[in-house]
Design a protein. Structure first.
Length: 330
């Protein structure tokens, strides 16, 4: 009974953290916007009083201050902001910002908008899982394709995928041969398992995921893996909503996100919650995204595992990587 009660209390605590994470995220984004706004004002005031608005390159001082802005925004926990401090992205950021500064008549707005669009995720929508007047979820067909999310695409041979620059390993499973590789998905490092089907072994159904897990000995609080707070920060339901909002910019309005589904078994030692969203495209391919958080109590240990998952489904396929309650793509 004690273990069951502890499990339920922990689940209630977890649900409280999920709801409170939205408020914290919005507060952090507000602070990030202030950091960006202050920088835009300072930079453009300097240009107006003594700098040249025609320069195609930022000054050394401006570059240093820009690095400080990126670091401050990343320190606020804004997902994806940190990548702009890498050598791979710094040149692009500075080049685009220099163009914004060159628009002297609209400098502050141009700089603010450029940095906001790059450093901050799209704002979460006010309504989740909203429906149209007829009761059907908002979302539908678009001219995109589900395989635009994954590097292996659909209908490619091994040699064609390798020639495109994707480095993969082959894995023989109960479902057949799969390619295993890693790639970036909206700023997150994801692992991908993609089936090779047919006589020519061409790419098909693909599952991609980002996974966080850890465990804790309840008496000693000794943690291995990723701590619970860290897991929640990286893989909360609100983080999933932000990810879906980012996907809207590429794929259009989805079906969902679905209402949050929570489950606890009769013994109270296994709890999970999930939500999801999906897209169906004009070429009949489908794309599903899901957040899945699971907690397991086993003897004196508590385990947690959270996944942000994606499933790219070829046209005509009856298979899927996973199911999401109350999500239907017609």
């Amino acid at each position: 009974m004690k273990g069951k009660l502890s499990a339920h209390l922990f689940l209630l605590t977890f649900l409280f953290y999920v709801s409170s994470s939205l408020s914290q995220t919005l507060a952090n984004q507000k602070e990030a916007l202030k950091v960006i706004s202050d920088f835009a004002n300072e930079l453009c005031n300097q240009v107006g009083t003594g700098g040249s608005s025609q320069s195609t390159e930022l000054s050394v001082d401006a570059k240093a201050k820009l690095n400080g802005v990126v670091s401050k925004v990343a320190d606020l926990g804004i997902e994806g902001a940190g990548k702009w401090n890498s050598n791979q992205y710094q040149g692009l950021l500075r080049q685009d910002l220099a163009k914004a500064v060159s628009d002297a008549s609209n400098c502050k707005l141009a700089v603010f908008k450029d940095l906001k669009d790059k450093l901050l995720p799209p704002a979460p929508t006010a309504a989740r899982g909203s429906t149209s007047g007829g009761g059907s979820p908002i979302g539908g067909h678009t001219s995109k394709s589900a395989d635009s999310l994954i590097d292996g695409r659909f209908g490619k041979t091994e040699s064609e995928v390798r020639a495109s620059g994707v480095q993969f390993e082959l894995n023989d499973t109960d479902q057949g041969l799969e390619m295993i590789y890693e790639q970036d998905i909206f700023g997150l490092n994801a692992k991908v398992a993609q089936r090779l089907t047919g006589a020519e072994k061409r790419t098909g159904l693909a599952r991609a995921w980002i996974e966080y897990s850890g465990k804790e000995k309840r008496d000693t609080q000794v943690v291995s893996g990723l701590g619970f707070e860290q897991t929640r920060a990286k893989c909360s339901v609100n983080r999933f909503y932000e990810l879906v909002d980012a996907m809207k910019g590429k794929y259009g309005a989805p079906v969902g996100p679905t209402p949050l589904t929570t489950f606890t078994n009769d013994n109270g030692d296994v709890s999970w919650q999930q939500t999801g969203a999906g897209w169906k495209f004009d070429n009949e391919t489908k794309l599903i995204a899901r957040s899945f958080f699971k907690i397991v109590y086993k003897q004196e240990y508590r385990y947690w595992n959270c996944k942000l998952e994606f499933c790219a489904i070829p046209a005509g396929s009856v298979d899927s990587c996973f199911t999401v309650p109350k999500l239907t793509l017609h």
